[in-house]
Design a protein around this ligand. Structure first.
Ligand code: ADQ
Length: 458
């Protein structure tokens, strides 16, 4: 089989044991090990004064090829256009979107430069799979340099409604570039509808029901490929860690109280403030839960050099302080807010310990935490997932209590129901969701995308 080339903004640090930080990285790395191949992208480093140099590292059948970025490239391509324009708009937060034409030019320049770095490493029948919003123009840049290989693109975040996408001034250039791919994959059916709507009504193209799109003089395939996890591995990880040090310490301080858990990057798209307020509303409306339930929110910092991320952090610190001040007792803190990273094994066992997984993003491409929470449960006595309807995962996880994350009272009612749900109902919901997770695992996601990409006529 032809070699696979993965291109992503960051090349995930894979430890010797083969485990990386997130499920996506593991899924992609497994595909590379199977066919042999290369993972290409930014090293995560900022280059000094010298010209940035490509670094190549071989590990078994997989080659890691990374480049640093200059400070200017980082500011314009990564912090600027990718994370201060595309990210907020694609998450329906046009109020937070900041646009600067120079940053867009930097975004295009860095994509062209990255494509140029990859060019000498390519072989004629390599299959290239590009990931996420940082790299929309990557295929166009490769095509301009004469590359005719099959190139696929997967968008991990939501594809916004056309009326939102057109608020990004160079939307037409972006979409023209997107159509240089042979296959474009999105997470869910609503994302696919939004993409189709743009191509048909803004770009004047056509999309047939088998997913063949014609726009800007190009023919490509589009489809939805919901990303998954390895549910059984996560279940084993959760079970193995159940008497670990962190869990023992937690149980001592909990003293039989019930536990609600949330884990997210500290991002305004994750709906953290509304979530805290809904927990407050629960304590307000149902005094029986006071001193009986604790809520742990784990939210490590990301993109801390962007103003909107500094604001959400301040807001959250102030909300947790206010709510704790209002309800805490000498021996009970309602919200425990931990602003840092934890190992996967610790998170998995924490999920298993929690009576409620509380996952309420305002918008999310998929949300793997929702899936991990379900997979980590004890099958005999599982917890309940409370899930935002605006997470891609809500399209699949029909055993969750589905909430609207701006409806604070509605979320408080769902928490109340989750905390009191009888065991039979919890088991039935868990089993239903676990079947879905096994059916749509990360291997299925990756294999179906890659087989569709390989099937595109070259
Ligand atoms: P993210 O926005 O990062 O991903 P998510 O899907 O929840 O969101 O994935 C986060 C991953 O990081 C999970 O595997 C989680 O366990 C892990 N993680 C989170 N907090 C952690 C912590 N404190 N310590 C250690 N690990 C932590 C983007 C899109 C999503 C999409 C994924 C995959 O925004 O919508 O689901 O890509 O496509």
């Amino acid at each position: 089989m032809s070699r696979l080339i993965i291109v992503s903004n960051r090349v995930a640090p894979i430890s010797e044991g083969g485990m990386a930080a997130g499920g996506l990285a593991v899924g992609v790395y497994d595909a590379l090990k199977e066919t042999g191949g290369m993972w290409f992208g930014w090293s995560g480093e900022i280059a000094g004064a010298a010209a940035p140099e490509l670094k190549i590292e071989e590990r078994g059948p997989v080659t890691f090829a990374t480049v640093p970025l200059t400070r200017r490239d980082y500011d314009q391509y990564y912090r600027g256009f990718s994370n201060d324009t595309l990210w907020p708009t694609f998450h329906y937060r046009t109020d937070l979107t900041h646009y600067d034409r120079h940053e867009f030019e930097g975004y295009q320049r860095v994509n062209a430069w990255l494509a140029h770095q990859l060019l000498p490493l390519l072989e004629p029948d390599d299959v290239i799979w590009v990931h996420d919003y940082h790299l929309i123009p990557f295929a166009e840049a490769l095509r301009q340099q004469g590359v005719t290989n099959r190139i696929g693109f997967f968008l991990h975040i939501p594809f916004p409604a056309a009326q939102l996408l057109v608020t990004v001034p160079p939307h037409d250039k972006l979409m023209r570039a997107l159509c240089c791919y042979d296959l474009v994959g999105v997470q869910t059916a609503p994302d696919l509808r939004a993409l189709r709507d743009y191509l048909e009504h803004e770009a004047g193209g056509t999309v047939s029901d088998d997913g063949t799109a014609r726009a800007y003089g190009r023919t490509l395939r589009i489809g939805s490929y919901p990303i998954g996890i390895y549910p059984d591995e996560l279940a084993s990880l959760a079970e193995a860690g159940r008497d670990g040090r962190h869990l023992k310490n937690l149980r001592q301080t909990m003293r039989e109280r019930r536990l609600i858990v949330s884990v997210d990057r500290l991002d305004y798209s994750k709906g953290l403030v509304e979530r805290f307020r809904a927990f407050e509303k629960l304590l307000e409306l149902s005094p029986n839960h006071r001193a009986q339930v604790s809520f742990i929110q784990i939210a490590p910092p990301t993109r801390a050099d962007i103003q909107s991320y500094q604001q959400i952090r301040l807001q959250l610190e102030s909300e947790s302080g206010r709510i704790n001040g209002r309800f805490a007792e000498m021996d009970w803190t309602p919200i425990r807010y931990l602003h840092r990273q934890f190992e996967r094994a610790v998170l998995a066992s924490l999920f298993r310990e929690a009576h409620v997984g509380y996952v309420t993003p305002l918008r999310d491409g998929m949300n793997l935490v929702a899936k991990e929470y379900v997979a980590a449960q004890n099958p005999h006595d599982p917890g309940v997932l409370v899930l935002s309807r605006f997470a891609g995962a809500a399209q699949e996880l029909d055993g969750a209590l589905i909430v609207n994350p701006v409806d604070v009272t509605g979320m408080a009612e769902a928490l109340d129901r989750a905390l009191d749900m009888p065991r039979d109902e919890r088991r039935e919901r868990y089993q239903r969701m676990m079947e879905t997770l096994r059916r749509n695992s990360v291997s299925v996601w990756r294999d179906s995308f890659l087989s569709d990409l390989r099937a595109v006529p070259q």
